[in-house]
Design a protein around this ligand. Structure first.
Ligand code: SAH
Ligand code: SF4
Ligand code: F3S
Length: 442
């Protein structure tokens, strides 16, 4: 089939790391003749890049895999592959449950995707490989097929060593491995040459970067790369967000004033049972330090309700905690039992009704805070990186502030990728609206 036009449809679930992995796999598959399509029915190869962080993600993905069964019946030449975290976790089980899946590729095998697909083009049989989960990072030249035009992700490390008791990620992503700085710089140069302006450095826990320099040093070095007009990173674990990093952000040129700092919970008892290794007091002190050094900083977080053993008292403590911190935004989750993790065997699992009630209450409190924070920005002028026309109205453009807030504005002659000044005229919980002031020079 080499040389013939072949179509690839990729479905990506889960976090930014999966987005980056999908772009890498698309790049490798391009080399063997696959071009992307949005239309699954037109595809010769469908690749589902999966997440298993919560049961809801897995259920959705299983539903989607099921829906491809009829497509496969109509077009037996179609190759259907499952990659990513759920593939790593389920392995052979996936083929047992859904025999119309041709191959299952664990997270350590992404760089093998083209080889596997070529062998299946040649001879069709089930293929499963979930070995090597903590394997060496492939040092081959990677040319990701990046989605978007303005903003892109660059992984700097893979895996996680933290073993929070609720979390499946360390099991499906393996131990921490860092990429070498030269490789990261080369990839960023590649991305800026393609026209990308905003780079987000990715890792499950970027502060434990250990590729031969500290994360703060890496960030400072990337900040100096020509063409990087905005620099972001995620995720930071509160236990090792260093003073050095705070100083690097404060002293940076294009390092954006936004830190995503998942706290997960607001009571010491639960934090301890989650194995988060910090206390509420330590977290609050850290926030104080960050705000003193970077006054314009926006802080976002992740929170889990319904962790086993959570009492009404613990929950009220968390509400008080988020009122005290005033996060700009929070991603709130209901605890999902992941078999194989310690918390799955903890006593006093919380019933669904209580979990949902607490989630709603938590969201209500946080939404009020998010709205108040945004309202306080009204009439101020912010730097916005233009992303392009909004999906619903070609006259409205979308972009993000340095603090990572979504903003909509009426456009003039701006182009995607330009930095513009926008005056904020309206504030909502999840977005801002504004009017262009003038183009930022330089
Ligand atoms: N490495 C990152 C992201 C991990 S997954 C970090 O440590 O922050 C993203 C979020 O999913 C986590 O921050 C946590 O809030 C949530 N999460 C992880 N496991 C979960 C589970 N079993 N149930 C509910 N939420 C979970
Ligand atoms: Fe999961 Fe904790 Fe690692 Fe984040 S730090 S990926 S929540 S184990
Ligand atoms: Fe999901 Fe894997 Fe990311 S479990 S959140 S896709 S690391």
């Amino acid at each position: 089939m080499r040389g013939m036009e072949k179509k690839l449809k990729i479905l990506t679930y889960g976090c930014q790391m999966n987005v980056a992995d999908s772009e890498r796999m698309a790049g490798l598959l391009k080399k063997i003749g696959y071009t992307l399509t949005d239309d699954a029915a037109a595809a010769d190869l469908i690749l589902i890049n999966t997440c298993c962080v919560r049961a809801t993600a897995e259920d959705k993905i299983f539903g989607q895999i099921g829906r491809f069964k009829s497509l496969k019946r109509e077009k037996p030449s179609l190759i259907l592959g499952v990659a990513g975290c759920m593939a790593q976790k389920e392995g052979e089980n996936l083929i047992k449950r859904a025999p119309h899946v041709d191959f299952v590729l664990g997270t350590g095998q992404n760089s093998e995707v083209a080889r596997v697909v070529e062998s299946l083009e040649f001879e069709r049989k089930h293929f499963v490989d979930t070995s090597n989960v903590s394997g060496k990072i492939s040092s081959q030249n990677i040319f990701p097929l990046r989605s978007g035009k303005v903003s892109t992700f660059v992984p700097i490390m893979y895996g996680c060593n933290n073993f929070c008791t609720y979390c499946i990620v360390p099991y499906v992503r393996g131990r921490e491995r860092s990429r070498k700085p030269e490789e990261i710089f080369a990839e960023i140069n590649q991305a800026t040459a393609e026209g990308f302006k905003e780079i987000t450095l990715l890792g499950q826990n970027v502060n434990s970067y250990s590729g031969g320099m500290s994360f703060a040093e890496l960030l400072t070095a990337v900040d100096k790369i020509h063409g990087v007009e905005r620099l972001r990173f995620m995720t930071s674990h509160p236990k090792d967000l260093s003073d050095e990093l705070i100083a690097a952000i404060a002293g940076g040129k294009n390092i954006c004033e936004h830190i995503h700092l998942p706290v997960q919970y607001g009571s010491d008892k639960i934090l301890k049972r989650m194995n988060r290794v910090y206390t509420v007091e330590k977290y609050l002190k850290l926030i104080e330090k960050i705000r003193a050094a970077i006054p314009a900083v926006s802080l976002t977080t992740d929170l889990i309700v319904g962790f086993p053993g959570e009492t009404e008292e613990d929950f009220q403590e968390t509400l008080e905690f988020i009122k005290a911190v005033e996060f700009d935004a929070a991603f709130t989750f209901i605890y999902s039992k992941r078999s194989g993790t310690p918390a799955a065997t903890f006593e006093n699992q919380i019933d669904d009704e209580t979990k949902h009630r607490r989630l709603e209450e938590l969201m209500k409190v946080q939404n009020e805070i998010s709205l108040a924070k945004n309202v306080a920005l009204k009439n101020s002028v912010v730097e916005v990186l233009v992303e392009g026309a909004s999906k619903t109205d070609a006259n409205i453009f979308t972009g993000r502030t340095r603090t990572n807030k979504l903003i909509l504005f009426e456009h003039g002659n701006e182009q995607a990728g330009e930095l513009v000044n926008v005056k904020i005229t309206q504030a909502q919980t999840w977005l801002l609206k504004g009017k262009i002031k003038r183009t930022v020079q330089g």
